[in-house]
Design a protein around this ligand. Sequence first.
Ligand SMILES: [Mg+2]
Length: 439
Amino acid sequence: MVTITALDTFDVRFPTSIDHDGSDAMNPDPDYSAAYVVMRTDSPDGLSGYGLVFTIGRGNDVQTAALAALEPRVIGRRVEDIVERLGDFARQLNGDSQLRWLGPEKGVMHMAIGAVINAAWDLAARRAGKPLWRFIADMTPEQIVDQVDFRYLTDALTPHRALEILRAAEPHKKLRIAQLEAEGYPAYTTSPGWLGYTDEKMQRLARQAVDDGFRTIKLKVGLHLEDDIRRCRLARATVGPDIAIAVDANQRWDVGSAIEWLKPLESVGLAWVEEPTSPDDVLGHAAIRRAVAPTPISTGEHGQNRVLFKQLLQAGAVDLIQIDAARVGGVNENLAILLLAAHFGVRVFPHAGGVGLCELVQHLAMADFVAITGKKEDRAIEFVDHLHEHFVDPVRIVKGRYVAPTAPGFSAQMHPASIRDHLYPDGIVWQGVAMAADR
Ligand SMILES: [Mg+2]
């Protein structure tokens, strides 16, 4: 019998704000950070599960406390009970009524629960000797449906309808796995587009992105309209007419100002507009979408749970959605969101970047391709070329595409030396460096 012996939490931070990496209209000086969690066991082979919550700095103070609050729910439990019934495990963590009161199913506590659930999936996939995408793809439709909490969803998506979607995919799985392993999964890049970059740096990186094989780039917008018009036109002139350009306002606008702001950008030919306004404003997104059509509208990286995604889809508020591996309640809730998107026929462009988000979310997109939608060429996973060197199984991008991971697990494990050096505030990289907010 193997038992969970510890839930270790580490406050890992990177001083990314020094070079404005990750800067956007709402987040001018992020220090990319991970509240990193290790679910340890007494298995003789050292089996552990790894997960993280991505924050942009001081959020780690709060997240590490939230993760610590979950220790009593996990320590001492049998590994077999958890990995063989991951749906029950997720429901139990989400169902702790005293902690649920803080949400329900949203915010700090929900993100911490998501990280622990993801660590359990990592552990399960490692134990099975499979990368997570394959671990999910090899489940039966019934097993996948068992992972999902359909509470609050059945007016839009029933277990019966989810089974239909999954069963339709079943005969094609083998071929799709072979396709995925041979072709990879399309990526798009945000590396050129950070708001703190000069025009020259943006153009150089945009040119580089096209040379590297990316077919879509994304620019941050929303601070000054004249700058956005100039940067978008410069980007279009740099990459030519065949490369898609998306923009991301990171929740900057009210509904009216979003509509006004987007009119002069129309001529650039935008692939989508991401997070035009508050992530909670379902009807606001719908109003913006109607007003700026046919420019596609998108949101979701800050979508707090499956209920919000249900409403966005029911209201016809978005043309496409972002999922985020470390925002909602782990793999289980993301499976719910992927099934909702499949049911409504809305494309998913997973959010990534930060610390480890590319490593994590690639597995969900690939599982979606094999076991749910069978689609990948009409969508793409975000890619940002930062901080991958800190991961034991980093993403691999070849010619603008994610290569399907082969190592067992969820790719969230970090190198021990990276954790040690970036521990806040005592790690060596923080000696003599103040966090952005304190400079
Ligand atoms: Mg975004």
